[in-house]
Design a protein around this ligand. Sequence first.
Ligand SMILES: *Cc1c(COP(=O)(O)O)cnc(C)c1O
Length: 374
Amino acid sequence: MKTYDYNELAVAGVRELKPYTPGKPTSELEREYGVSKSIKLASNENPLGASPRAIAAIRDELDDLWLYPDANGYFLKKTLAEYHDLDPACITLGNGSNDVLVFLAQVFLSPGLEAVFSQYCFAVYPIATQMVGATPSVAPALPRDHVMPLGHDLRALYERVGPDTRLVFVANPNNPTGTWLDGARLKDFVGSLPPHVICVVDEAYTEYAESDALGDASTWLHEFPNLVVTRTFSKAYGLAGLRVGYALSNPGVADLLNRVRPAFNVNSLALTAANAAIGDHEFIERSRQLNSRGIVQLCQGLEALGAKCIPSAANFILAEFDRSGAELNEQLLRAGVIVRPVGNYGLDNYLRITIGTAAQNDRMLGALKDILAS
Ligand SMILES: *Cc1c(COP(=O)(O)O)cnc(C)c1O
């Protein structure tokens, strides 16, 4: 029987693809390392759990699990439309916002076309670009000694835009750096792009921002037909396990995105939970406050241990050490603490650490202190 090298059969973009590296689940760590009571500060999950309103809402939904979800997400779109003061026709629902990032690539990219994004940007942008055979065009990040070290450089991004560019991906704030862009400057950038270039502003962490400086790109949609804003329920709303996010755009773009969207991509529990969570201002406020205190606690603790923290407007800190992040990560795993090594982003001496509860932050700092002292 003839056996194929299936890699040869794969389409070119997929052949070169490196899969997304997720944070390790605590159950896997405990299985592999024989530790118990481990903590995970690796995937930017909300340490307060899920919005209580979302949990209450899905309990009422359990008897209907045998039914397909509403393929058009009528109620969630209606609530989101009111929340953003937009028409429901501007919304595309995703199985997480990861899903809508892939739809954008499927709709607007193909071999010969380019997507522009920054060095140290969210790993999904290059993956979505490559999987459809398009060309990634990477703008250098701001230098390490800049006030926004390793952050997006709007001028460098602008310089990469050419006739074959169809998408520019910008995260505000960015993951894995935590850095952010001034809203007014980002708005000017969107306005400066030629009309054939769609700017995707990924606001996955926007609920955590403590100041208005980042702006709210969803309020610029009336001005820019080439703007797409993505949001998620995975981070501040604490619904990462349910997988629900969305894109806001002009109705023409939303129509295209919805053509490639699998009909039932958002499940019924996710639709119900997200619909309930969007009004849970109290939970978001509590999450933001815990996060703000945690950022101070972690940064002070990390700097006392000799690490350097990159400024963050998100729910994690990127910290630089005088040694390999991969090795520190391995030692932390043995101490039952999961953080995120970021060597895959080209950040070898860094760790990305999610802000946990005060007790979790303390536990992480204690483990790190023991490791650095030994
Ligand atoms: C976590 C994250 C997302 C969203 O992930 P989903 O769970 O798929 O909604 C999107 N963009 C960035 C920058 C993220 O860090």
